[in-house]
Design a protein around this ligand. Structure first.
Ligand SMILES: CCCCCCCCCCCCCCCC(=O)SCCNC(=O)CCNC(=O)[C@H](O)C(C)(C)COP(=O)(O)OP(=O)(O)OC[C@H]1O[C@@H](n2cnc3c(N)ncnc32)[C@H](O)[C@@H]1OP(=O)(O)O
Ligand SMILES: NC(=O)C1=CN([C@@H]2O[C@H](COP(=O)(O)OP(=O)(O)OC[C@H]3O[C@@H](n4cnc5c(N)ncnc54)[C@H](OP(=O)(O)O)[C@@H]3O)[C@@H](O)[C@H]2O)C=CC1
Length: 550
């Protein structure tokens, strides 16, 4: 048996064959040939620093570490006060979250392992107090850098500050850490979405980050806004652009730190852990699914046959933890990049997603839907525009008119405008596909013990897409919208009411159009009288024959 690792520049990976392949004897032994710890054994007694722990992926990372590596010493998380909540309040709210139910069951005192550190990543020195810096530099063994702005419409200066400059500052802090064994950076598979084929390498940056940072420093926001399209070039937004720059910044430190870069594609709800369907936000496809389930979204520009490269969040986190273990134990000479994607291994397409999303929401409707769920995707711009007019704007106008007439504030058009802005930003990703090389993901899997392969499963070949999408949609209902599954009969009843309203409305519309038409055309009148007399004759015949048989 050989791993799929070929031509990687790895130090301490044991012997490589002439072809650069790693043999099975290397598995589970480190550079010195010592028998190697499993992932949970490795994390035992370790202090871990996590940025972005309050975010979607960060929370799942914290949960998994606590649940599957119960001997981990401490999780230091960088948190800022936000929306009138103190850091402590935010962390205690986070720990009450349903996501942590399983950990809570196993260890009710799990919160003792979480040590919040006040930090605002946009500030110089990450706004970490000198005492906290001292604490972190003395004890941290592994860093997971998840924090970022993932908004597609973020002004360039802000995205640069958070995704690039904060990463640089974190790297500087990491270099002061006396016992650091690995630095894992979470990037995105779309950092290089201006390429069709993406290897597990760090491509030259679109611009030298240092020069860009210096130039933007003196420019006011207006100038930066004007030059942003020129700067980002063939990338669709400031997010992918700054994530590409961040990768380069991280790579610059590979001589001083043991670095791993994880590049997930479109991160979706959990597949298996801690339970299927966990999701807590509207980002990426989740908002689209919800809008379709509520009957608001009826059309979207997406290619039915393009690969929908969704990846469950638990898969990404399992791979991230495995990458942390591997980086610390094997210490690759250069930063290893892991394209964490599904398309090349177990592809599924947007057309199939549409089918399963619709089918799930018809069986498990969302509460108070605007219309019956019936979304269709098309790659044709004109067809999409037609349906936007007929199925989005026209019903919104009618509904707003109804709201106005009943003395309420119109709101539907506003909702649709926001929806159109959001899906407009996503369409770049739903209309084309990319090919990602994921050899390092396979290599990493082959390095795990059979037990770890189960506990930290990231083998997406086993993913059953229809089942996953169903759990994903139900997850948006339960955990994003906080709807109760016991209310499904009422939601079904509501859909039946909407269907009756639609039938009545359509009938009235046809009669109205026909009346207008008849009033203006003799031929239409003749056809109308002919049809009516035919119906009349048929009814008389039917009545007569039923009287005879009686
Ligand atoms: C059946 C069909 C199948 C086909 C299906 C194709 C799917 C095709 C997906 C491709 C997906 C690619 C993904 C790339 C892969 C990464 O790299 S992942 C990184 C992903 N990043 C994102 O998805 C971020 C995109 N979002 C944004 O940039 C901003 O949220 C937007 C869309 C510009 C909106 O900005 P905004 O108007 O300022 O709104 P924002 O402050 O974000 O939110 C306001 C409110 O709306 C809610 N909201 C936000 N987004 C939405 C939404 N989409 N819907 C509803 N509500 C929303 C928020 O929760 C918030 O609620 P409140 O807190 O006010 O109660
Ligand atoms: N979601 C996805 O589909 C994908 C995500 N990724 C990458 O994964 C990582 C995590 O993404 P995800 O969890 O979805 O993102 P979220 O938006 O859910 O979380 C972002 C995290 O970063 C923190 N953060 C943002 N700004 C600051 C700041 N100024 N100071 C301190 N903390 C800050 C947030 O903290 P706070 O709660 O205080 O706002 C939050 O914890 C990112 O690096 C992203 O690029 C990659 C591919 C796809």
């Amino acid at each position: 048996m050989t791993t799929e690792l070929e031509g990687q520049d790895l130090d301490g990976l044991g012997e490589q064959t002439a072809e650069g392949q790693t043999t099975v004897t290397d598995i589970c032994s480190d550079a010195a040939g010592r028998s190697m710890a499993s992932i949970a054994e490795y994390y035992a007694g370790k202090s871990v620093l996590i940025t972005g722990a309050t975010g979607f992926m960060g929370k799942v990372l914290v949960e998994k570490l606590l649940r599957s590596c119960p001997e981990v010493k401490a999780l230091y998380i960088l948190v800022r006060p936000k929306a009138g909540q103190s850091m402590q309040q935010r962390v205690s709210d986070m720990m009450k979250c349903k996501l942590f139910d399983r950990v809570r069951e196993d260890n009710p005192d799990f919160h003792q392992k979480i040590i919040p550190i006040s930090s605002e990543l946009m500030q110089p020195g990450l706004a970490i107090s000198p005492e906290d810096v001292e604490k972190l530099t003395a004890c941290i063994n592994i860093v997971f850098h998840c924090a970022a702005t993932i908004r597609f419409d973020e002004p360039l200066k802000h995205a640069l500050q958070l995704n690039v400059i904060a990463t640089q500052q974190l790297l500087s802090l990491a270099q002061q850490m006396h016992h650091l064994e690995a630095f894992i950076h979470i990037s995105t598979a779309y950092a290089n979405c201006n390429r069709k084929h993406i290897d597990e390498v760090i491509y030259p940056p679109p611009v030298e980050p240092k020069k860009l940072i210096e130039s933007l420093e003196w420019m006011d926001d207006g100038i930066v806004r004007d030059i942003t399209p020129r700067l980002i070039g063939d990338r669709p937004n400031t997010y992918t652009y700054t994530k590409a720059l961040a990768e380069y910044v991280v790579q610059q430190e590979q001589d001083k730190l043991n670095i791993g870069i994880v590049r997930p594609s479109i991160v979706g709800a959990s597949w298996q852990e801690p339970f299927p369907g966990w999701i807590d936000n509207f980002n990426g496809p989740s908002g689209v699914f919800i809008a379709a389930g509520k009957g608001i979204l009826r059309t979207m520009r997406a290619n039915n046959d393009a690969v929908a490269d969704l990846i469950p969040v638990d898969v990404v986190i399992n791979l991230t933890l495995a990458a942390g273990w591997y980086t610390a134990v094997h210490r690759p000479k250069t930063a290893l990049v892991y394209n964490c994607t599904t398309g090349g291994i177990n592809p599924f397409h947007w057309g199939e997603i549409e089918y399963h999303v619709m089918s799930t929401f018809k069986r498990n409707p969302l509460e108070q839907a605007f219309r019956r769920p019936n979304a269709n995707i098309t790659s044709n711009y004109l067809i999409n525009q037609y349906w936007i007019l007929v199925s989005h704007k026209f019903p919104a106008l009618i509904y707003d008119l109804f709201l106005r007439l009943s003395g309420q504030k119109p709101q539907m058009m506003r909702i649709f405008n926001r929806l159109h802005k959001a899906i407009g930003l996503l369409e770049y990703f739903s209309n084309q596909d990319w090919e990602w090389n994921s050899e390092n993901m396979s290599m990493l899997m082959s390095q795990l013990t059979p037990e770890d392969r189960k506990t930290f499963n990231f083998d997406v070949r086993q993913l059953n897409w229809p089942e996953y999408i169903e759990n994903y949609c139900i997850g948006t209902k339960k955990y994003v919208l906080n709807e109760d599954m016991s209310d499904i009969p009422a939601a079904r009843q509501h859909l039946r009411k909407l269907r009756n309203i639609r039938y009545t409305f359509n009938t009235l519309l046809v009669v109205f159009i026909w009346r207008v038409f008849i009033a203006r055309s003799q031929m239409a009148r003749n056809i109308w009288y002919f049809v009516v007399s035919l119906c009349f004759k048929f009814l008389s015949y039917f009545r007569a024959s039923s009287t005879l048989t009686n």
